[in-house]
Design a binder for this molecule. Structure first.
Ligand code: ADP
Length: 181
């Protein structure tokens, strides 16, 4: 599904984020920045050791990355130039500021990308795997936060959500339809 929002191409696709050709891809990392499972593991495997080296440097300089924050590293061997690393909230029932933290992830990634003059980005569905955030709720937050940012800033050429499974893509498509109708 592709739509135009002002001058930005906005897409929802099914696929593997490690093979996307946007200038940056986003990692759903954990606070340690030392790699993990899910999309994090896939990105480190595809990008190679260079990513972990940069993450180690960031750890030394700044310590762990709090949930909702974002930092930038190389994408190593992948076709993208950068990985923007962010840490989503762990779902603990929904009353522990999970939605605020998830919103901050998307906002801080976009703000950092704009600061670095990165005009195309691929996002995974942050927090909806190992961190257990219900994807229906998470998709609405992801989409509204990103679309609001695009409308406000008129900066990006392309924003792509890359959903790993067909059912995840369907959830995002249904949420987007509800927003844009
Ligand atoms: P979190 O810990 O933030 O929940 P996960 O990596 O466990 O992060 O899951 C986030 C989402 O990323 C899940 O929907 C999962 O299916 C998806 N995912 C896993 N591998 C990939 C990949 N290679 N490309 C895109 N999405 C992926």
């Amino acid at each position: 599904m592709h739509i135009k929002i002002d001058n930005t191409m906005f897409s929802l696709v099914q696929g593997d984020i490690t093979t996307q050709d946007t200038i940056a891809i986003v990692n759903a990392a954990n606070s340690s920045l030392m790699g993990g499972g899910g999309v994090d593991g896939a990105i480190h495997r595809a990008g190679g050791a260079e990513i972990l080296e940069e993450c180690k440097k960031i750890r030394k300089e700044k310590g762990t990355l709090p949930p909702g924050n974002a930092v930038i590293t190389t994408a190593g061997k992948m076709s993208s130039e950068y990985v923007i690393q962010t840490v989503g909230p762990v779902w603990r029932g929904g009353k522990n500021k999970e939605s605020d933290v998830l919103r901050n992830c998307y906002k801080n990634v976009l703000t950092l990308a704009q600061k670095e003059n990165i005009k195309s980005i691929s996002f995974p569905s942050i927090s909806t795997g190992i961190y257990g955030y219900p994807i229906d709720k998470a998709s609405k937050i992801a989409l509204t936060t990103v679309i609001e940012y695009i409308e406000r800033h008129a900066f990006f050429d392309e924003i792509r959500f890359v959903l790993f499974s067909e059912s995840d893509l369907e959830v995002y498509e249904n949420s987007l339809k509800k927003l844009t109708l």
